[in-house]
Design a protein around this ligand. Structure first.
Ligand code: ATP
Ligand code: MG
Length: 266
């Protein structure tokens, strides 16, 4: 399936195939506005309360995130924008349990990330949150299917079920025919689709994507954002996506703007 194939959400099978790179309309998901039929936005998945994160000390201290509070619900694609150094990555890392705040509280799908022990954080990162990075982060010696299967192996999903789930996930991101290819045999956009499939493998409540389109041309970037949007709406997940790109920000249900670590009023 090519990058340009039309996104289609098949409610019965629970799949989103491909993603349209132009136009942006997604069957089964509303193309404009915020909430989407079939997805409730009342359930709170992310709650961030008065979070601060400072790096370094004294005169060299960098206040990367300052007193940030917000929440995000199911079925919401939330863009996080702001200049380089505004604190986007720091905030995403705090929400995903990759880093801890100096003060304040982060709750994800009912788990208090702030107070969690390292073991709980590991479980959170493996089960509740899926990550997508700018540089894809695929394992070069593994095929697309094996890369998608990594989180399932870590979760000790039996081989037969794993294969089945990987096939469904690759189909979902429009790469059904590319299961055996290694990352270097795939285009950048295809690699990012594999990374999205991998992030979805354990059916997370929250998808965190840090500039997922930063290394892609604008059309391919748009198709990845369309895919994320379709998945979030179809599955009633929540996504936090850091991006600079105004065209992609337009696809979000809501936009958070950071400036020097502060969240600006909406
Ligand atoms: N581990 C760290 N140690 C020291 N300073 C850090 C660390 N991580 C981030 N910072 C600083 O915190 C500030 C916010 O960085 P952050 O990476 O969150 O910005 P960003 O909005 O993601 O920027 P970009 O768009 O360039 O990715 C920057 O001034 C950065 O130098
Ligand atoms: Mg960043």
């Amino acid at each position: 399936m090519s990058e340009r194939d039309v996104t289609r959400y098949d409610g019965a099978a629970g799949t989103v195939a491909g993603a349209e790179s132009t136009g942006g309309a997604v069957a089964g998901a509303e193309s404009t506005g915020g909430a989407v039929a079939g997805a409730t936005v009342t359930d709170e998945v992310v709650r961030v309360e008065g979070v601060n994160r400072t790096f370094g000390r004294g005169e060299h201290a960098v206040h990367a995130v300052r007193d940030v509070s917000f929440s995000a619900g199911r079925g919401e694609l939330v863009a996080v924008r702001g200049r380089s150094g505004a604190g986007k990555t720091t905030l995403l890392n705090l929400v995903g349990g990759l880093d801890r705040p100096d003060s304040g509280r982060v709750v994800v799908a009912g788990h208090d990330v702030t107070g969690a022990a390292e073991k709980e954080l590991l479980e959170l990162r493996r089960g509740t949150v899926g990550f997508v990075f700018q540089t894809f982060g695929l394992v070069p010696i593994l095929s697309a299917a094996e890369n998608v299967g990594v989180p399932l192996r870590l979760a000790r999903v039996p081989a037969a079920e794993r294969e089945e789930r990987v096939a469904v996930l690759l189909e979902l991101v429009g790469l059904g025919g590319h299961a055996g290819q290694r990352p270097y045999e795939l285009s950048g956009g295809q690699q990012q689709r594999v990374a999205v499939a991998r992030a979805l493998a354990n059916e997370p409540d929250l998808l965190i994507a840090d500039e997922p389109t930063g290394q892609l041309d604008s059309e391919t970037g748009r198709s990845i954002m369309d895919l994320l949007r379709a998945v979030v709406h179809a599955r009633g997940m929540t996504a936090l996506v850091a991006t600079h790109d105004p065209a992609l920000i337009d696809l979000a249900d809501r936009v958070l703007t950071l400036r020097d670590g502060h969240l600006l009023p909406a």
